[in-house]
Design a protein around this ligand. Structure first.
Ligand SMILES: NC(=O)c1ccc[n+]([C@@H]2O[C@H](COP(=O)([O-])OP(=O)(O)OC[C@H]3O[C@@H](n4cnc5c(N)ncnc54)[C@H](O)[C@@H]3O)[C@@H](O)[C@H]2O)c1
Length: 254
């Protein structure tokens, strides 16, 4: 991609120690953005910084658990201290869980998933928007999922969490559109990342069905989600807000 307007901009990516977040951080850096890498995994986060530095880019790691209010607030402060402002945020950190039908899901799992996938995105948006209001605008992309658009048998709690991300995205886009802040979500199909590898290790027989669910005939790659996040954050998407972009190989079309 070129001329997307990222030169000199500062971008924050959560869950950037691996998977989709790392691919997005690298893609933002290739476009000329300065990138804050946020994750609970310091080793993976520093590796992402190293990869960006190898490509001649500017990045730093900030360790934060997105479900912890004080850490999220400190994360935004750190970006502003380092880069002067926060132009774009990709709120991508999230967790998946063992597949179980609703009646077998347990309360501790419900609380953990909601705390990272819902409270985490809410806290990130809250502190990012406060900063973006001070500077007069910005762009936010949240990682939802196809499980935020349609039901996901075996993943009732995860689906609830991702539908909540969609709801917050739509609402925030309406609340802050006039303030120059665009808010969108990207809804991946099934993507080859460490998250998927862990899920297939637990239940290898799922792979055939997962493949069948994608009309395009293959799984997605992290870079394909990264490209969508970069575009949604870019000046090329200047009239796009409140949109839930499915990047799913056609999964939700059938
Ligand atoms: N892989 C898929 O098939 C798929 C499909 C749809 C949506 N998603 C979503 O995409 C996002 C990224 O997933 P991925 O596949 O790259 O997963 P991943 O597990 O490979 O990467 C997620 C990253 O988030 C970090 N993280 C987890 N909890 C955190 C917390 N509380 N605070 C900060 N960082 C935290 C992890 O350390 C990890 O580096 C998630 O929101 C996930 O729900 C993934």
């Amino acid at each position: 991609m070129s001329n997307l307007g990222f030169s000199g901009k500062s971008v924050l990516v959560t869950g950037a120690a691996g998977g989709i977040g790392r691919a997005a951080a690298l893609a933002f850096a290739r476009e000329g953005a300065r990138v804050a890498i946020v994750d609970v995994d310091a080793k993976g986060g520093e590796e992402t910084v190293g990869l960006i530095a190898q490509g001649g880019g500017d990045a730093f790691f900030f360790k934060a658990d997105v479900s912890q209010s004080a850490q999220v607030e400190a994360m935004v402060t750190a970006v502003v201290e380092r880069y002067g402002r926060l132009d774009c945020a990709f709120n991508n950190a999230g967790i998946e869980i063992e597949h179980l039908p609703l009646a077998e899901s347990d309360e501790a799992t419900f609380d953990r998933v909601m705390s990272v996938n819902v409270k985490g995105v809410w806290l990130c948006m809250k502190h990012e928007i406060r900063q973006m209001l001070k500077q007069g605008g910005g762009a936010i992309v949240n990682t939802a999922s196809v499980a935020g658009l349609v039901g996901a048998p075996g993943m009732p709690v995860y689906a609830a969490s991702k539908h909540a991300v969609v709801g917050m995205t739509k609402t925030a886009s309406a609340e802050y559109g006039r303030a120059g802040i665009r808010v969108n979500s990207v809804c991946p199909g099934i993507i080859r990342t460490p998250m998927l590898e862990r899920a297939l290790e637990r239940e290898p027989r799922r792979e055939k069905n997962i493949l069948k669910a994608h009309p395009i005939g293959r799984l997605g790659e992290a870079e394909e989600i990264a490209n969508a996040a970069v575009w949604l954050c870019s000046d090329a998407a200047s009239f796009v807000t409140g949109h839930q972009m499915a990047v799913d190989g056609g999964l939700t079309s059938i």
